[in-house]
Every structure is written in structure tokens, then in C-alpha cells.
Design a binder for this molecule. Structure first.
Ligand code: SF4
Length: 240
């Protein structure tokens, strides 16, 4: 027998109550979570501190080439920016022997000096769990089986990605492509990108192309312009 409107409403209200209960721990914790707006003054002070450590001018600080050239890659320098326990230092050395790490001064200036649970710090600073992990696999998205042409990953019917470089300014600890990213800083060869563009040209169902890597903005302006112009000239590509 079908339910009355009142019965349906009662079920919905019960479900809403369950949802509210599920999210309660987060709502409680949220009160303690500081947003970027609240932290603006702290960020400004940390920026000055990190600038002083590096002897950087404001102009250098705002130049991404300077940021990449001055990435933090050793525990001693990192220790000047954030407070690290002996255990954390040992973990960074141990993980760093297997997985490369690098943190731009700008990114370092966003990290909480004292809290190892700071989300930005967790994103950037190596953790022992990267090594002490029995479950992680090198290719969690099985991308090696979804690349019909060089530099392309195609998982969906009408969209795909072109991986144009394996270079990033900072190496995220959670990176799903760490098997490709950061071991060496290499942009894709022009002929590989050309082959990827040819594949897109030959497959008119592709309407959405994501240019990614690594960080495509580490490529030269000329190369980015060339890739975008080539995609522009492909009529069936509507979004890029
Ligand atoms: S590819 Fe993305 S997730 Fe991986 S290190 Fe670069 S920016 Fe981080």
C-alpha cells in the first residue's frame, strides 16, 4: 500500500534528523577551524618572517621564478620556518630518500609553525605514513590503462586530459601521479603533445580538454599559447 503524504514527510524528517546527527561532529569542530580571512594578519607576519630568512625583496617574492628557484628542500631550512619535532625531522629525511619533496617559500609561509595538523603543512611536508603504508599503490587510478595516445588520459566519453609536464612548484604529499611527478622536472616533448592533439582532432566526440600535469603554468608562455591555439582550431573542442 502506498504511503500517505504525511507518512512520506515523516520519513523525510527522520532522515533529515539522521543527516544532522551525522554532521554534528563536523559542525562542532568547524567552530575551531580558522579560515584564510581570519588568518590574514598571521599570514602577513609569516610572509615577512620567511622573506627575512631568504633575504628576499618584495619583487622577488612576487616572482614565481624566484619562488621555484628558492624552494625549500632540506630539513634545516624548513626548521627555520616551522617548528619540527625530532620525530618529524627523522620522518622527513626517511621519506625524502624515496619521495622527493620541495616547498616554495610562499607556500611555507602559509603553514602553521606549531601544528603538525595544519592542513597546508600536511599537504606539503613529508609524513612517515607515505612510507609506512601497506595499501598505497603507484597508479591508484589505473591511468596506464586509460592512455590511448601519448600524454592523454581518457576516462570519460567526451572529455580527457593532456598531461603536458611532470613539473610542479611544490610536490603535494597526496599526489595521485607521484609516479610521474617530481622525479625529474621535464615538460612533455613537443612531438608527444602533437600526438595528443592529433588524437583529439581525430575523435570528434571529445568536447572538453583539461590541460594538466604537473602544473601547466610552469611551461613557457609560448608553449601554452601554442597548445591553446591548436585546441582553438579544433572545432569540436568546446571547453578547454
Ligand atoms: S600534479 Fe597536482 S597534486 Fe600532484 S604535485 Fe602537482 S599540483 Fe600537487
Amino acid at each position: 500500500m502506498s504511503k500517505t503524504e504525511a507518512e512520506k514527510r515523516a520519513i523525510a524528517l527522520e532522515r533529515a534528523k539522521e543527516l544532522r546527527q551525522k554532521i554534528e561532529p563536523y559542525l562542532e569542530a568547524q567552530k575551531e577551524i580558522e579560515t584564510g580571512f581570519k588568518l590574514a594578519d598571521k599570514f602577513a607576519a609569516r610572509k615577512e618572517k620567511v622573506k627575512e630568512i631568504f633575504g628576499a625583496t618584495e619583487e622577488q617574492w612576487n616572482d614565481w621564478h624566484w619562488q621555484v628557484a628558492n624552494r625549500i628542500t632540506d630539513v634545516d631550512t624548513l626548521s627555520k620556518v616551522i617548528n619540527l619535532s625530532e620525530e618529524e625531522k627523522a620522518a622527513i629525511e626517511r621519506v625524502g630518500a624515496t619521495y622527493r619533496w620541495a616547498i616554495s617559500p610562499y607556500y611555507a609561509s602559509l603553514m602553521d609553525e606549531d601544528s603538525p595538523r595544519c592542513p597546508i603543512r600536511m599537504q606539503a611536508v613529508p609524513s612517515k605514513y607515505e612510507i609506512d603504508d601497506p595499501y598505497g599503490i603507484a597508479d591508484p587510478m589505473a591511468e596506464e590503462y586509460t592512455s590511448p595516445a601519448p600524454r592523454i588520459t581518457r576516462r570519460y566519453a567526451d572529455r580527457l586530459i593532456i598531461n603536458v609536464t611532470n613539473q610542479c612548484a611544490m610536490f603535494c604529499r597526496h599526489c595521485q601521479r607521484r609516479r610521474n611527478i617530481g622525479e625529474v622536472d621535464l615538460p612533455a616533448k613537443k612531438e608527444e603533445i602533437q600526438a595528443a592533439l592529433d588524437y583529439i582532432r581525430e575523435n570528434p566526440e571529445i568536447r572538453d580538454v583539461l590541460i594538466t600535469g604537473g602544473d601547466p603554468l610552469t611551461l613557457s608562455d609560448e608553449t601554452i599559447d601554442w597548445i591553446l591555439s591548436e585546441l582553438d582550431a579544433i572545432e569540436h573542442v568546446e571547453i578547454k
